[in-house]
Design a protein around this ligand. Structure first.
Ligand SMILES: *Cc1c(COP(=O)(O)O)cnc(C)c1O
Length: 401
């Protein structure tokens, strides 16, 4: 292990040096099947030729111009991204570099919308228990998990948390006199893959619209094709059965297929709220990230590609549900969480240490979410054979656990 790093991560004892498709290779040449894609980042696997080509071609042209100027590739990416999110009501985008930064931008946007229209005092942002919105002081305030609310205070004021699914609590929390926005994940990632119910999302959409409170979806983990639709919110409808329209959507993680990128998108209400000087980011819209993002959007946002994610997700879910050691399973497409009796972490370690060159045996990269939940966020390029292979390893590990 490298002592130069601050001690912020519980790292497993493996050092990677190369990737190819759904596979990673460590410095000793051992092979690992990737069922985590670096936490929903490497959507198209490793060394995906069109992505590599786009990034290297852009690198040979220019890396960066500051936001004093315009960049052809950033502008093209912004346009395609807004287009992709238009069915959810999006009209404009602010490009950033990470999820926390995108959520910070969303909170600023919601507060300014409310302040400009109603004056001071209407700044509260409601979020859900079990949510995860980032690691900055403000996004920690937004994150509804107590274990994050230590050691770093004072935190940003004006955030309250309610239980997902509790429509009465939602109704009480969305006070039109004090509340600027509701921020939620349609499928919570970090707390164990927890989808919100159709009723709850429909109620949220209705109450937010009635009270002019901005409805903000954090699609950083569950968006970008994960659930088998481009955005996870597309899996829901309002009380009249119409598609959900959001006011703000945040994206990051897989947005540029492994290059840092984040985005705050806004619909009619908030898309013109920021004016010159209100917000900024040195690297936001970075041309290399934008070039990669264009490939991601073009590749994943087609009906056939998304349908394949749903089909392959069902393959995984059906097989896992049938295993006697799987206590519960949640999620859709390629965002799946399943609970086991044992602790998740030793299973992650066993999946990794299974890699053995002499036995011609590969390891499997799994993620956890909470103590007893194994989380799967495979690359979308995973093929049926690799799914079978991963499933048989999971089954073998569960039987030993
Ligand atoms: C990962 C994540 C974030 C934070 O993203 P960073 O890029 O790590 O800042 C925010 N929200 C959700 C839902 C996430 O999964």
């Amino acid at each position: 292990m490298n002592n130069a790093f601050m001690d912020t991560y519980h790292r497993l004892p493996v050092t990677f040096s190369r990737g190819e498709g759904s596979w990673l290779y460590d410095i000793n040449g051992k092979k690992y099947l990737d069922f985590g894609s670096g936490i929903a980042v490497n959507l198209l696997g490793h060394n995906y030729p069109p992505l590599v080509r786009a990034v290297t071609e852009q690198a040979a042209k220019y890396f960066h111009v500051c936001n004093y100027y315009q960049s052809d590739v950033s502008a093209a990416f912004a346009e395609k991204l807004v287009e992709a999110c238009a069915p959810a009501g999006m009209k404009k985008v602010f490009l950033a570099n990470s999820g926390a930064e995108a959520n910070e931008g969303a909170c600023k946007l919601a507060r300014k919308y409310s302040l400009s229209k109603y004056g001071p005092g209407r700044h509260t942002i409601v979020t859900l228990t079990g949510s995860f919105h980032g690691r900055t002081i403000t996004t920690l305030s937004a994150t509804g998990q107590d274990r994050f609310h230590r050691d770093f205070g004072p935190f940003t004021e004006g955030f309250i948390h309610i239980q997902g699914g509790d429509i009465e609590a939602l109704d009480r929390a969305l006070d039109a006199k004090t509340t600027a926005g509701l921020l939620l994940e349609a499928v919570q990632g970090e707390s164990g893959i927890v989808p919100q119910s159709q009723e709850f999302i429909a109620a949220a959409a209705k109450l937010c619209a009635q009270r002019d409170i901005l409805l903000m979806f954090d699609e950083i983990q569950c968006g970008l094709g994960r659930t088998g639709t481009f955005l996870a919110l597309e899996q829901y409808s309002d009380e009249n059965g119409n598609p959900i329209k959001a006011d703000i959507i945040t994206l990051a993680k897989g947005l540029a297929g492994g290059i840092p990128a984040g985005a705050v998108l806004a619909g009619e209400k908030a898309c013109d709220v920021f004016t010159i000087g209100d917000h900024g980011s040195t690297f936001g819209g970075n041309p290399i990230a934008a070039a990669a993002g264009l490939v991601v959007l073009k590749t994943i946002n087609t009906p056939d590609f998304l349908e394949e994610i749903r089909r392959k997700g069902e393959m995984l879910t059906a097989a896992l549900s049938a295993h006697p050691k799987v206590k519960a399973i949640r999620g859709k497409g390629f965002i799946i969480g399943f609970d086991i009796e044992a602790n998740a972490w030793p299973l992650l370690e066993a999946a990794l240490s299974r890699a053995d060159i002499t036995k011609n045996q590969c390891g499997l990269l799994l993620l956890s979410a909470g103590v007893n939940t194994i989380r799967l966020l495979p690359p979308f390029t995973l093929n049926d054979g690799e799914i079978e292979q991963g499933l048989s390893i999971i089954s073998e590990l569960l039987n030993q656990s």
